[in-house]
Design a protein around this ligand. Structure first.
Ligand SMILES: [Fe+2]
Length: 299
């Protein structure tokens, strides 16, 4: 068997493992017949791969990719317009219930640009540890709320941000790369890149320079600002700095000294306590309604 096919075989095992760990979710979003068909197709592909048939590399990739995409589609509500309110609730990732998404291609698919060993280590070890750390932080914060003991709030908020940012960014990262990648975008995105940066080349140059200049670990990130209605390029050093990416702010409280010092001096606590009297919930509700419309596959 070619090394590419054995890599597809490992990918299939990964997809299968993911399917089994999240089987409850799939049962809620697909009917038993669909799931049975999916299982049979995967079993068939695995059999073809191990029995050394004349399966070509590209055929194996295509079949595995279809199975992967189908599985992901079960996680999105749009394919199931008949889904009920209960489904909507179930569609959430429960507290401490994040899972490692399988790669959308085999480990060696991005060779020669990114090597197989790096992909394996990066996905299986590094990304997995973010998922575990995020689940742990969410559960510890849940415990803190239940016991009203917030002694370790700083620690767990830091863990929540560090691991949450890591999990969400890596989940995006795997999917914005592909063996069929390269070239330039088209359509609306290209038009917006031209409008925001003056062309694809200036965009690529700024993104590259931003990535080169990240101090230590971090990311270069192309973002959409719903406020400016423009694209922007940002750096995320160490990726967290107490914040997660891929989330939408709903309610914010400014605790810089300039926000309260004239009246409260160093009594930040008092300022925060009083602030609750002026929170305008209709605005927060409005933001929440808008933000809820943005839906990604839950992981
Ligand atoms: Fe990473």
């Amino acid at each position: 068997m070619s090394s590419y096919l054995s890599s597809v075989q490992l990918w299939c095992e990964e997809i299968q493992a993911f399917y089994h760990t999240s089987i409850q979710v799939f049962r809620e979003h697909a009917n038993p017949k669909e799931l049975q068909d999916w299982e049979e197709k995967l079993a068939q592909l695995q059999q073809d791969l191990s029995s050394n048939t004349s399966l070509q590399d590209w055929q194996a990739y295509q079949q595995a990719s279809e199975l992967y995409t189908q599985l992901n589609n079960y996680l999105t509500e749009t394919n199931h317009p008949q889904s009920t309110n209960q489904d909507r609730i179930n569609n959430q990732v429960p507290i401490g219930g994040h899972t490692l998404p399988p790669l959308p291609y085999p480990y060696d698919a991005l060779e020669p640009y990114i090597d197989q060993e790096t992909m394996r280590l990066h996905h299986d070890k590094h990304h997995k540890s973010y998922v575990d750390g995020l689940n742990k932080a969410e559960k510890e914060l849940q415990k803190a709320r239940a016991t009203n003991n917030f002694d370790l709030i700083k620690h767990w908020e830091r863990e929540l941000a560090f691991n949450g940012a890591g999990h969400y960014l890596h989940t995006i990262f795997w999917c914005v790369m592909s063996p069929q990648g390269g070239g330039q975008p088209s359509g609306d995105l290209m038009r917006e890149i031209q409008r925001s940066f003056g062309g694809f080349e200036p965009f690529k140059k700024q993104f590259t320079e931003a990535a080169n200049a990240v101090e230590g670990g971090g990311w270069a990130i192309l973002v959409w600002s719903p406020r400016a209605r423009r694209l922007e390029i940002l750096q995320a050093e160490k990726h967290q700095n107490l914040s997660q990416w891929d989330v939408v702010p709903l309610l914010v409280l400014d605790v810089w000294e300039h926000a309260y010092y004239l009246k409260y001096q160093n009594e930040r606590k008092k300022y925060i306590e009083n602030w609750w009297n002026i929170v305008y919930w209709p605005e927060v509700e409005k933001r929440f309604e808008k933000a809820k419309q943005l839906k990604w596959q839950p992981y």
